[in-house]
Design a protein around this ligand. Sequence first.
Ligand SMILES: C[S@@+](CC[C@H](N)C(=O)[O-])C[C@H]1O[C@@H](n2cnc3c(N)ncnc32)[C@H](O)[C@@H]1O
Length: 242
Amino acid sequence: MFTHEGPTLRELAVQAFSSTMRGYDLLAPKFDLTPYRTPDRVLEAVADAVRPLGPFDRGLDVCCGTGAGVGVLRRLCRERVTGVDFSAGMLGVARAAYAGHTGGPAADWVRADALALPFRGAFDLALSFGAFGHFLPDERPGLFGQVYEALRPGGQFVFPVAAPPAVGSRAYWSLLGFDVAMRARNALWRPPFVMYYRTFPLAGVVDDLVRTGFAVRLLPLEEFGRRPDGSPRARLVVAARG
Ligand SMILES: C[S@@+](CC[C@H](N)C(=O)[O-])C[C@H]1O[C@@H](n2cnc3c(N)ncnc32)[C@H](O)[C@@H]1O
């Protein structure tokens, strides 16, 4: 939910007509007051599901923003935690938020495009929250390839994926409406702001991970319950580098 302290409608409009990177630079000071920051409930559920897959020494938060996933990594990793993002504004907020925090390894902040990560065989855990809508489907293999290279052999890439809303539900129409509006915006305006909700289908994602070389498992996140057909409302994707 948006609050009074969060971004105004005008600020959100200016952000939406900027590039993806510039948009986040502008939004950064108020990002944690928006619903776009991954909620603590999701972070907790993922931390609980990932802990038994460890132990972990070094962790990477891909598209870390203001550091939601870095907080999870600091609880799971023993040696080093790194957040990477291409927005200097978001990294600035993250750095300030974690300055002086004790408990868990200190965090490094690296400015880089996730499609060109400056790491090779450096981490045994990588995670990512809330950022895959910023990558077009044909960019996915490149993104997964970069994470694969950043991991040590045997390292694991984990992220939560929500089940799509039922066709015809209010959530279904609101996500579809958002994506249609974004496609219209990007057809008419430069630079593009890439953010789509319906471009990350689980089956296609698993196929791309497997083609990259990952061995993939799906774990139900039971905290979020089940759909009427019995399938989980949210899953943790666990992709292990061979
Ligand atoms: C919705 S925010 C999510 C931030 C954080 N992970 C969270 O869950 O709260 C998406 C983040 O992805 C970053 N991002 C988008 N495309 C990126 C790219 N190609 N390389 C690096 N960061 C990117 C944005 O700068 C932004 O900080």
